[in-house]
Design a protein around this ligand. Structure first.
Ligand SMILES: [Fe+2]
Ligand SMILES: [Fe+2]
Length: 455
């Protein structure tokens, strides 16, 4: 068969620079997010240049194209799409951030956050992005929100099923019964037409890593939805939303499988550009990344910059506890935690923060021994990593989730050390929680399925 080359990106979350003066409220907001804000336009420009120069036949964008549905962000983003479209076919779906479903748009000015930002309504999005999918649709379904799902041919024998899953009408992300029936009809039609069907929707069907972390990010009734789609004959699903990189397989009770590729946010670490070759072997996956972008006149090396932005998310809260109670409360509030209610935690967090920034693995082991639970720790692994700072383990665990290169997948000692430290929790009698934390850590440390993946 003739190969088709596809590129998937998602969660571009474009934030117009006109919405901030870079003051204190902006800095608090920016410092509380894994993804960037002011840098988004520059990162997207760099990514689109890379993609325009690639051999991709078509580019798919899996929703949350703007920060929070701001009209100005949409207008700027669409200009970028039109420029990319001169070189590549571009197919877009929108998601809940594109119509500010939480009704909380924000702009930042000095010490103030304003909510008077004009936003796009959900039923305007289909027409606004009409030139990026719906205009070529072989079939289209308009949801009760006025958003669009569509099927479109993107290669000689490849059909894209672009699904808007913002709301099922039953209180969560997903599809109404009418929408399901349209999807099932499209899957049957693609099979009858001899097309390989590749689907995308914004919210995952599978709780990647662990349900405790990402169960709430999925469509509502995820197993029912996944079963229905798998049984309809959908084999490949590309999703976004969680901002992590992961691949997993779902099998329905009837034995039908659906492989789901969760693509991370383009504007946060690791700025993934997921290239897919549709060929006789199946779907070959190869992940590229934004290499450099220009921000405030400087050329920025994307991966280290975005990595630091992501890991600062933890460090800034800990650092806040070392500065003052008020700063700690402000930084918690920026994360969406009620700083006023939890600010008093500063007296507990402050001594922990000192250890967080300065302790090495050997210090953690010593502390666990003093608490009477050092027996769980893998001795060989502890010796190997004794001089490694605790903060590096925390950063690497977080990054393993985001980039899909689980740090424990290729280093047994690393895996054993982290897991054995987690076992120490058994000694504080939180057995059920320990089991869940162990499963979650196992999921993170072994999240390494992108390497040479063929679906
Ligand atoms: Fe997002
Ligand atoms: Fe999202």
């Amino acid at each position: 068969m003739k190969e088709t080359k596809l590129t998937f990106i998602t969660d571009t979350h474009h934030f117009s620079k006109t919405l901030s003066d870079g003051g204190r409220q902006y800095k608090l907001r920016s410092g509380s997010d894994q993804k960037c804000l002011m840098e988004t336009g520059d990162i997207i420009d760099a990514a689109f240049r890379q993609i325009a120069d690639s051999d991709a036949d078509a580019v798919m964008i899996i929703g949350d194209v703007t920060n929070d549905g701001e009209r100005v962000s949409h207008e700027e983003f669409r200009e970028k799409l039109y420029a990319l479209q001169k070189k590549k076919k571009v197919y877009v779906i929108t998601a809940t951030h594109d119509w500010c479903s939480d009704d909380n748009p924000r702009r930042y000015c000095g010490n103030a956050t304003w909510h008077d930002v004009p936003v796009m309504a959900s039923d305007e999005l289909r027409d606004f992005y009409y030139d990026f999918g719906p205009n070529e649709a072989v079939s289209e379904f308009i949801t009760h929100l006025g958003t669009s799902s569509y099927a479109v041919d993107i290669g000689e024998n490849v059909r894209l099923l672009a699904l808007n899953d913002d709301q099922s009408g039953l209180g969560g992300a997903g599809f109404s019964e009418e929408h399901f029936q349209w999807i099932e009809a499209q899957a049957a039609k693609a099979a009858a037409d001899g097309k390989i069907l590749i689907a995308m929707e914004h919210h995952p069907l599978i709780a990647h890593i662990h349900p405790m972390v990402f169960g709430g990010s999925c469509v509502k009734d995820r197993e029912m939805v996944a079963s229905r789609l798998a049984d309809a004959g959908i084999r490949y699903m590309f999703v976004g939303h969680t901002h992590i990189q992961c691949i997993d397989t779902f099998t329905s009770k009837n034995g039908n499988t659906l492989k789901e590729v969760n693509v991370g946010s383009l504007v946060g670490y690791p700025a993934p550009i997921v290239n897919v070759t549709v060929c006789d072997a199946g779907l070959k996956i190869d992940v590229d990344h934004v290499k450099t972008f220009t921000y405030e006149g400087e050329t920025v090396d994307a991966l280290p910059y975005l990595q630091k932005h992501a890991t600062d998310l933890f460090d800034r809260v800990m650092e806040g506890a070392l500065i003052s109670k008020a700063e700690f409360a402000d930084r918690l509030s920026a994360l969406g935690v009620k700083g006023k209610d939890f600010g008093n935690l500063v007296y507990i967090v402050k001594p922990l923060a000192k250890k967080y920034f300065h302790m090495k693995a050997s210090g953690v082991v010593k502390l666990l021994r003093a608490l009477g639970c050092g027996g769980c720790v893998d001795k060989q692994a502890a010796e190997k990593f004794k001089d490694k700072p605790l903060i590096d383990f925390v950063h690497e665990t977080w990054l393993s989730m985001l980039d899909g290169h689980g740090r424990g997948a290729h280093d047994k000692d690393y895996y054993n050390l982290v897991m054995s430290v987690a076992n120490a929790l058994v000694h504080v009698r939180a057995v059920k929680l320990t089991l869940q934390i162990r499963q979650m850590l196992h999921g993170i440390l072994t999240n390494d399925r992108f390497e040479n993946a063929v679906l």
